[in-house]
Design a protein around this ligand. Structure first.
Ligand code: FSX
Length: 364
């Protein structure tokens, strides 16, 4: 087997100068939400690690996650593929088809330390017959491919938590990757969840860059999401937050408050219970995000978001503007509401855990 070049060697072969390489490392640090001072450490790490083989499996999904990835701007998916990883199998992006494609997957599985990326949920009801690729059920393909993998990255809410295919009544017995490991249906490996329907492209590439650079799973929250991208709620970082704190809420999507950019909480925004980087990283090269476009957050990076109630119903009774009259009262009310949201989020996680426990029942 040929020795794979380190990432630094790969860049040098492409004529990238040392100076440009350090610039690349500074950009990578910012991509990972790390300070620019980390660039030398990143350069040292990238000088040692080799481009790993990556197998990307797509199961029950809408291809939105791949569509999102292809719109990544820094680094672009092309530079990620050519500089940092060897993307050896990806249904949408690979040139090979049929037996040649499956052969590429089998060959990649012989590479030590390969990484498995999954988008889409896995149907397990009735022996997994509801989705097959090359005559192999999604469950069997995932089981075989994960067996010797170094780690799994679940891209999108479907792979992370089941997502829309798992929505009530979940006719295919759809489940996310971690749930299958918890049920003992596939080998247990380190998992990074990168939810969102779809996830933010810069978050997908940022998480991959972190894993590749440091060769380790980044710090995760209780739902397996990297804290540097999912540590804050949308509400924590929303530019409309000052209006929430002042008790100024749009009542309809075209009233005076909406035109003035007031808080969308009463129109059903799920920002307070949703953890993601939309309010900071934004979308389309940092252009905007749903709340900035005038629509509330629908909570797509949380488990069961599709079944969690109407996207247009407020999370709770709107805050009483009178209680926002004094500054101290503002802070107290915000903390109080925040705590109630956190409690609700904990309950929703407990509900997800309960639903995971019933997955075994679905498998026949
Ligand atoms: Fe799911 Fe992704 Fe939503 Fe779609 O692959 S997270 S339905 S954007 O495409 O899996």
């Amino acid at each position: 087997m040929n020795r794979r070049p380190t990432i630094a060697e790969q860049l040098a072969r492409q004529g990238i100068s040392r100076r440009a390489f350090l610039k690349f490392c500074a950009a990578t640090a910012s991509l990972m939400a790390l300070p620019p001072g980390m660039a030398p450490a990143i350069a040292e790490a990238l000088g040692k690690i080799r481009r790993p083989s990556v197998i990307w499996l797509s199961f029950q999904e809408c291809t939105g996650c791949t569509e999102s990835l292809t719109r990544s701007h820094s680094p672009t998916v092309e530079s990620l593929i050519f500089d940092m990883i060897s993307l050896d199998y990806h249904h949408t992006l690979q040139a090979a088809s049929g037996e040649a494609a499956e052969h590429a997957r089998e060959e990649a599985m012989k590479e030590p330390g390969y990484l498995v990326l999954v988008d889409g949920s896995i149907p397990i009801k009735d022996g997994g017959i509801y989705s097959t690729i090359a005559g192999i059920s999604n469950l069997q393909m995932l089981k075989d491919t994960v067996e010797n993998a170094a780690a799994v990255v679940s891209i999108g809410t479907c792979a992370a938590f089941g997502g829309i295919p798992m929505a009530n009544p979940n006719p295919t017995g759809a489940a996310g990757v971690q749930a299958l490991m918890d049920q003992g249906l596939i080998a247990r490996k380190p998992v990074i969840n990168v939810p969102g329907c779809p996830p933010i492209p810069a978050v997908i590439t940022g998480v991959l860059a972190h894993y590749l650079t440091f060769g380790a799973i980044p710090p995760l929250d209780a739902l397996g999401r990297p804290l540097n991208f999912y540590g804050d709620s949308i509400h924590d970082r929303c530019y409309r937050r000052p209006f929430y704190d002042q008790g100024k809420f749009a009542k309809t999507f075209d009233d005076e408050g909406a035109r003035k950019g007031w808080c969308l909480f009463e129109l059903g925004c799920k920002g307070p219970t949703t953890h993601n980087a939309c309010a900071t990283t934004k979308w389309n090269d940092g252009t905007s995000f749903p709340i900035e476009s005038g629509h509330g957050c629908i909570g797509c990076s949380e488990p069961n978001f599709w079944d969690a109630g109407s996207f247009y119903k407020a999370l709770s009774a709107p805050a009483d503007p009178l209680s926002f009259a004094a500054g101290a009262a503002v802070a107290g009310a915000a903390v109080g509401v925040g705590m109630s949201f956190m409690n609700r989020a904990k309950k929703s996680s407990a509900k997800a855990a309960h639903e995971t426990a019933t997955l075994k029942d679905l498998e026949k």
